[in-house]
Write a protein that binds this ligand. Structure first.
Ligand code: ATP
Length: 358
């Protein structure tokens, strides 16, 4: 197993600075997702690690070895792309054998390793088929087997599920994660799908504009985003403009329009500057009007089968609440909203007014 360290990595394409000095440490056997909108530099990061792109500055280390200048074939990586990139004129077994033959692995061992890899991706019966005789999901499993059969130190996956339909994508998430755990291989996974990143990863790295905005566990990213932008990108977030007053004991007082006072933890990321308050839709309770900390009126109601989403007009602006389907509130009805101070999270905001305003 291998650790990966990126140190102040810079990549320029002409005048475009695709990576603006990113630093990241990926531990032995860790599954880390790079998540962000199109053009934020996810694929460029992976290509630099793989050696398909030359870095413009900074270092890439595998364990303590600086591999920034090594050729891709000398980096000991396995890679899977969005397009399956299997050789169409070769059978599945031949596709897997290719990388091993290049590495001059003895024939007997090649056969054993192919058999093991095919078993790992549960496709042993398909070894003699050609790629076109396989479904998209099966082809992607072959691509995984081909990446793993060379027993690389690191596995790099660039949007491997993007070409699959929604149901298959869900199945493949679990499949890839289980396989990665079994093999115990250090893995970097690129996706713009936050559901994928959250369900599969030990750690999620959120990137914007060639920089890392936050790197943390899925739970930490979801509950404690370090900026409004991360809060909005990962899951649904109500960002509320409330009067925020810092206290001496490391907490913050939030004052609601009706006068209710909520005391919340002051996040380390909010040391100075403006603050807004994040409330996740499923963490707000819908009540009778009199029982709410603030009042509102249901403007829209969307039933999704699993839950109901309410868009509520309130004194602090529109608030989205997700409630169980047992709630039966109609559009136009007056409601109350209750916030759990433990679940409210202040986020620094460039645009928000300074702390302490009334
Ligand atoms: N070969 C290239 N030549 C010039 N600019 C490039 C090249 N590859 C990437 N870029 C630019 O670098 C930036 C980062 O691109 P990158 O492909 O890493 O983004 P991404 O986050 O992977 O996006 P996507 O999800 O759309 O693939 C973008 O502004 C892109 O236009």
């Amino acid at each position: 197993m291998t650790e990966v360290s990126l140190r102040s990595l810079v990549k320029r394409y002409g005048k475009t600075e695709a990576l603006k000095g990113i630093s990241l440490h990926v531990r032995h056997g860790e599954f880390v997702s790079l998540l962000g909108p199109s053009g934020c530099g996810k694929s460029t990061t992976l290509k630099c690690i793989a050696g398909f792109e030359e870095v413009s500055g900074g270092q890439i280390l595998f364990d303590e070895r600086d591999i920034s200048r090594k050729l891709p074939e000398d980096r000991d990586i396995g890679m899977v792309f969005q397009s399956y990139a299997l050789f169409p004129h070769m059978t599945v077994a031949q596709n897997l054998a290719f990388g091993l033959e290049m590495r001059r692995v003895p024939k007997v061992e090649i056969a054993e390793r192919i058999a093991r890899a095919m078993d790992m991706v549960q496709l042993s019966a398909h070894a003699e088929r050609y790629p076109k005789a396989l479904s998209g999901g099966q082809q992607q499993r072959v691509a995984l087997a081909r990446a793993l059969v060379i027993e690389p130190a690191i596995l790099l996956l660039d949007e491997p599920l993007a070409n699959l339909d929604a149901k298959l994508r869900d199945e493949m998430r679990g499949f890839i994660r289980d396989l990665q755990k079994r093999v115990g291989i250090t893995t970097l996974y690129v996706t713009h799908d936050q559901g994928e990143a959250m369900t599969m990863s030990d750690r999620v790295v959120v990137m914007f504009d060639g920089q890392i905005a936050q790197a943390a566990s899925p739970e930490e990213i979801y509950d404690h985003p370090t900026s409004e932008r991360v809060a909005r990108f990962v899951g649904n977030a109500n960002i509320l403009d409330l009067a925020v007053s810092p206290r001496g004991d490391g907490q913050l007082d939030l004052v609601l329009p009706g006068g209710h006072l909520l005391r919340v933890e002051r996040p380390a990321c909010g040391a100075g500057g403006g603050m807004r308050v994040m409330a996740r839709p499923e963490q707000i309770a819908l009540t009778e009007p009199a029982a709410g900390q603030i009042g509102g009126r249901v403007a829209k109601r969307y039933f999704s089968g699993r839950h109901v989403e309410y868009h509520v007009e309130t004194d602090v602006g529109p608030v989205v609440v997700v409630a169980p389907t047992t709630h039966a509130v109609r559009e136009g009805e007056a409601v109350g909203l209750r916030f759990d101070p433990q679940r409210l999270w202040p986020v620094p905001s460039a645009e928000a007014p300074a702390e302490g305003r009334e």
